[in-house]
Design a protein around this ligand. Structure first.
Ligand code: AMP
Ligand code: GLY
Length: 411
């Protein structure tokens, strides 16, 4: 079987590792992949929908898996479907649940998916008049895709006013900021619940926690994610039931009512306040770095899960009774400017615990090639053991400007 994975981060390498573990004879292709995926299969230097469709056709790819969101919002799944090619991911209309936060919010309201109280604006003066009547902090979101930077928590009216003007008038996020969603600040803890949708039912994976801030103690700028653990230690059965009743089921009913069915991932970004789940956002793809922590705990054969989902079959997901943690090792300066092409030492000694992200492989050596460079991933019987293992393992790695958080998994 030939599988094509689209993307070049740690998430895509982790998906490749899991597929290869479950099915030694699967042939993997990555567009574009990285220094880690290169060892699992073939990296193909293409990144547009047209080129990827052509490649899948010409190379007789059996299933394509889309890692990141941009091509989904672009409609890559619609193109694959037109060409009778199998793909795991939402078509464009469903991808807008991630690609347009205003659309996602009106969907949540229409179908009673529990979420923060909010209002959308395209006019900055109206938005500013509105925030002047609100309590602080307040959350301001650019509605389009802004690479994880489009959410600002304003502490007072001056900050909120400036943020609204920057997004709507100065267009700091470009067209992604043609509209803003302004919503109440929810004070709780976050849980990432990834799930697989087979077009009929939504099957949640094991829960996870992502550490989004750059510095220890959740300080500093938001990033794509600096580490993750699974399962989430505070996600109790009671909270899970609340999630199913107030988020998952209404979402499923809404998707069916709107005719948005697809086979792919729905990732629920939850905030838990007093044991009640609120949906912050939908993502229509797996999370990075949640995937790196979640997949090693999956007992089921992932390609069978994906294939069954595409065929609309019932899924039966099995999990290992263990915990896992993932520590992201980044380049100094990330999420802002950072240097690349630094030699990375120590990977070969700890290969089984390393997932590569912004790293390339040239003539037997690894070099940095991005902000989030690599992930160290460990699992064990307990979360504490998994985390300890990660931090011991990380000591083998060394490169100029190496940075990682020291408190992944601490709550
Ligand atoms: P989003 O892209 O909508 O998930 O927002 C990114 C991050 O901003 C979330 O992971 C939260 O940490 C934070 N956030 C978003 N919405 C809210 C909210 N209503 N209250 C508190 N924090 C929020
Ligand atoms: N880790 C959060 C995301 O992938 O969006």
């Amino acid at each position: 079987m030939k599988i094509l994975i689209i993307g070049n981060g740690g998430r895509e390498h982790a998906i490749g590792i899991k597929l290869k573990q479950d099915n030694a004879d699967v042939e993997l292709f990555f567009a574009k992949g990285n220094g880690g995926t290169e060892e699992l299969g073939t990296n193909v230097n293409i990144d547009t929908t047209i080129d990827i469709v052509d490649f899948a056709k010409n190379s007789n790819i059996d299933i394509t898996i889309v890692g990141s969101e941009a091509l989904l919002v672009d409609g890559i799944v619609d193109e694959f479907t037109k060409n009778d090619l199998k793909i795991f991911g939402p078509h464009q209309a469903a991808a807008m649940l991630e690609g347009d936060k205003a659309f996602a919010k009106s969907f949540m309201n229409k179908f009673n998916v529990r979420t923060a109280i909010h209002k959308s604006f395209i006019n900055s003066a109206e938005a500013i008049d509105f925030v002047a009547t609100q309590q602080f902090p307040i959350v301001i979101k650019a509605t389009g895709l802004a690479a994880g930077k489009g959410v600002i928590i304003a502490q007072n009216l001056a900050e909120a006013t400036k943020t609204i003007q920057q997004i709507l008038d100065e267009k700091i996020f470009g067209a992604a900021g043609n509209e803003v969603v302004i919503e109440e600040f929810l004070n709780g803890f976050e849980v990432s619940v990834l799930s697989v949708f087979n077009g009929k039912n939504i099957y949640p994976l094991i829960s996870a926690k992502d550490h989004k801030k750059i510095f220890d103690g959740d300080k500093g700028a938001n990033t794509g994610g600096m580490g993750s653990i699974a399962p989430h230690p505070f996600y109790t059965q009671e909270i899970e039931q609340d999630f199913i009743d107030n988020i998952l089921q209404p979402t499923l009913l809404g998707i069916i009512a709107e005719g948005l069915q697809f086979a792919g991932v729905i990732f629920f970004g939850l905030m838990i306040v007093n044991n009640k789940c609120y949906l912050l956002e939908y993502n229509l793809r797996m999370g990075d770095p949640e995937t790196q922590a979640v997949l090693p705990l999956m007992q089921s054969n992932f390609i069978e899960v994906i294939n069954d989902a595409i065929d609309g079959k019932e899924l039966n997901l099995q999990w290992k009774n263990e915990s896992s943690s993932c520590v992201v090792v980044a380049s100094k300066g990330y999420p802002n400017e950072y240097e690349v092409n630094k030699l990375i030492n120590g990977i070969s000694q700890i290969k089984n615990n390393v997932v590569l992200a912004g790293a390339k492989y040239i003539d037997g050596k690894y070099y940095t090639n991005g902000g989030r460079v690599l992930n160290v991933v460990c699992k064990a019987n307990t979360l504490t053991e998994a985390i300890d293992k990660c931090y011991k393992t990380i000591e083998n790695i060394e490169f100029d400007g190496m940075y990682y958080r020291k408190d992944i998994g601490k709550m």
